[in-house]
Design a binder for this molecule. Structure first.
Ligand code: ADE
Length: 226
């Protein structure tokens, strides 16, 4: 899977890409993350990427031209199935279903904006979809892009050292109402910490009882998830 990030803050990604399982996946060639600095697609000497909104109002708006140039430059070198995703709190809510769907692509362009917003024509003409990671406003799409990279990458075959742990994981199972079923509670040593004890059944070695206990203690998301 090849992720292309369009951003004016490429350095924000460095620690994220250089640690842990994601770094291993990159080293193995399972995941590629290409950072594209939006300012490299500007034509003026100040490398301007934003301007004041037509009609007035506060803040600055991300201009269409550098975004268009960046997207076309990436697409011209790509092959296979891909998608252009704009990150915005106005988008469709990101969830595990969406994550699974995105694993079906060879490449993704994640457009991380800053400032007050994007020129609306970017959404209308240049992107396939707009995705939000939740109902709150961040300073930009960089953290949402990282969220998507991590959620999608860990579902790719070969990413996890113990792929079985994905099978029973939260959001992989749904109840009869279509609500995601979350994990059962987990404990590890010590069995008694400051008098806070692990449920006795989990220490019993009786796999049938443990299974029943776990099924009874699955947690669920409360209320609607969309
Ligand atoms: N940019 C700013 N806030 C965002 C959010 N919640 N989701 C996606 N992109 C964003």
């Amino acid at each position: 899977m090849r992720f292309h990030i369009i951003t004016i803050f490429p350095n924000v990604f460095s620690g994220f890409l250089e640690e842990s399982l994601l770094k291993k996946a990159i080293d193995k060639g399972l995941v590629e993350v290409h950072l594209h600095n939006l300012r490299d697609f500007t034509t003026d000497k100040h490398k301007t990427v934003d301007d004041r909104p037509f009609g007035g109002g506060p803040g600055m708006v991300l201009m269409i031209e550098p975004v268009d140039k960046a997207i076309q430059a990436i697409k011209s070198k790509e092959k296979g199935r891909g998608k252009v995703i704009m990150l915005s709190p106005r988008g469709e809510r990101f969830n595990q279903e969406k994550t699974k769907e995105l694993t079906g692509y060879d490449w993704l362009i994640l457009l991380a904006g800053r400032y007050e917003g994007f020129d609306e024509r970017i959404r209308e003409h240049l992107v396939d979809e707009v995705v939000s990671i939740g109902d709150y406003v961040l300073n930009g799409g960089e953290v949402p892009a990282m969220v998507i990279i991590e959620a999608v990458s860990r579902l790719l075959p070969g990413f996890m050292s113990t792929p079985e742990s994905l099978e029973h994981e939260s959001f992989n199972e749904y109840d009869e109402k279509g609500q995601p079923v979350l994990d059962y509670p987990q404990y590890t040593r010590p069995a008694n910490y400051k008098g806070w004890k692990v449920p006795e059944v989990l220490l019993s070695g009786d796999h049938k009882r443990i299974e029943t206990w776990r099924r009874r203690n699955l947690s669920r998301v409360e209320g609607p998830t969309s």
